[in-house]
Design a protein around this ligand. Structure first.
Ligand code: AMP
Length: 428
């Protein structure tokens, strides 16, 4: 029978001993999740968990019709009730929808939330790019204040430091307010119109939809043309300029180094003002570990109050791969405290009860599932496999005397101990 393969662009997360790539191990995911939860709560962000699918309209109205995500990457389907649903390609729209639904802003005008979980985009799979991938995202909503932008960036930076990724680079830019951006878009379009036929196919399409996105193009020929293109710096209004200057001053105060990148735009339609990316100094599409920015009008446009938001998302696969290759994320292989082996059917039930009791006492105890004394050797090699520190062997004779053989797997030394004292021996 032919084997059914996993869908293209997906991968499995399995225990460390079952998987070749460490970043795909459960241990790696648990280790990084612990760091993400810890840093987020230090920054006062609360965790939310949202549906993996949402109404398709949500993404059209927020992520934006001119974004690549909405144009060509969404997993959209009709359910049996003929509703159009989409597997979430990013976390910000769902977060805002949930906050509006919960009337969160009536309770508090400042909301700080974070999420971890799978996202879905129909992209061409390659290193660091999958069709089901995971994001950690943090969103901060409230009044328009520059300290929120600096604060979320500090959270992202701290996560990178906690993973030992101190070679990461923070690239930052401002897209200013809507009026300035519109003016700049117009000038950029006028400039690029003259080179329309020299632009890549994707960029020609973007020229109509959203010329700003051409700045994002990875095509070498596009990049060459862009060298002479106008940059946004010259079109920024005073308020946006001051706002951005404040963000930068706060980052300096927090000793966070940044690189000004006047051509950084990010891929989503809702960004304005501050935009930023965290990058590893390597080549390839996996270099950008995460990014985000301010979304000024998004909440109000979705039916929420007139407040703004700023947030970012890390691709967890890239974060993990980076942390294991260049950082200091250490993975612990679980070790078992004791494996109980019974030599004979009468001792087996006692061993089973003993195992449960040791677990209740907080130990990691395992039970060898056979009672045949001839299989003792197999039991001992199983103990090595599960990296057990001790093996406790119960025989018929020992059962009568209330004692058990305790073998230390490191020293291979064995001694007879009272069953009642087994826990104390192992703990010490
Ligand atoms: P975005 O939501 O597009 O701003 O992306 C934020 C981060 O998510 C990126 O910097 C990547 O690390 C990660 N990411 C986005 N798309 C993918 C993908 N298809 N596969 C893996 N990671 C992704």
């Amino acid at each position: 029978m032919s084997r059914i393969q996993s869908p293209k662009g997906t991968y499995d997360i399995l225990p460390l001993n079952l998987i070749e790539n460490k970043w795909q191990s459960t241990q790696a995911w648990q280790a990084i999740e612990e760091i993400l939860h810890k840093c987020s709560s230090q920054w006062g962000f609360q965790n939310l968990r949202l549906p993996l699918f949402e109404s398709t309209d949500l993404f059209h109205k927020s992520t934006g019709d001119s974004s690549d995500i909405v144009q060509k990457e969404m997993y959209t389907f009709k359910d049996k009730g003929n509703r159009s649903l989409t597997l979430r390609p990013e976390g910000t729209p769902g977060t805002l929808r949930a906050l509006i639904d919960a009337q969160a802003f009536a309770h508090n005008q400042i909301q700080k939330l974070y999420y971890l979980g799978p996202m879905f985009r129909y992209e061409r799979p390659q290193q660091g790019r999958y069709r089901q991938f995971h994001q950690f995202g943090a969103e901060m909503l409230g009044p328009r204040v520059a300290c929120f932008d600096a604060d979320v960036i500090c959270l992202g930076w701290q996560i990178l430091q906690a993973l030992g990724l101190n070679q990461c680079i923070l690239k930052i830019n401002t897209l200013a307010n809507e009026i300035s951006r519109k003016l700049y878009k117009q000038k950029l379009k006028e400039f690029l119109e003259d080179y329309r036929l020299q632009l890549s196919e994707d960029s020609q399409r973007r020229l109509e939809l959203n010329p700003l996105r051409i700045l994002d193009s990875k095509e070498a020929s596009d990049q060459e043309l862009l060298k002479k293109a106008p940059t946004i710096e010259h079109f920024i209004d005073n308020e946006s300029k001051e706002f951005f200057a404040k963000v930068l001053t706060l980052l300096q105060g927090a000793a966070i180094p940044y690189h000004l990148e006047p051509k950084l735009v990010r891929g989503l339609d809702y960004y304005c003002d501050t935009v930023f990316e965290f990058q590893l100094p390597v080549h390839g599409s996996h270099a950008t570990i995460g990014g985000g920015g301010r979304y000024g009008q998004l909440l109000a446009s979705m039916g929420g109050p007139a407040l703004e938001g700023v947030g970012f998302a890390f691709g967890m696969e890239r974060l993990l791969q980076g942390a294991l290759t260049y950082g200091n994320l250490a993975l612990a292989n679980p070790t078992c405290d004791v494996l109980l082996i019974s030599l004979g059917a009468t001792c087996f039930e006692r061993c089973f009860t003993l195992t449960q009791n040791l677990r209740k006492d907080g130990l990691y105890a395992e039970l060898w599932p056979f009672d045949d004394p001839k299989k003792l050797k197999n039991g001992l090699s199983y103990a090595d496999k599960i990296r057990s520190r001790f093996v406790a062997i119960l025989g018929e004779d020992e059962l009568i005397t209330g004692k058990i053989q305790l073998r230390c797997m490191d020293s291979r030394k064995q001694s007879l101990v009272l069953i009642d004292q087994l826990k104390t021996f192992i703990k010490n």
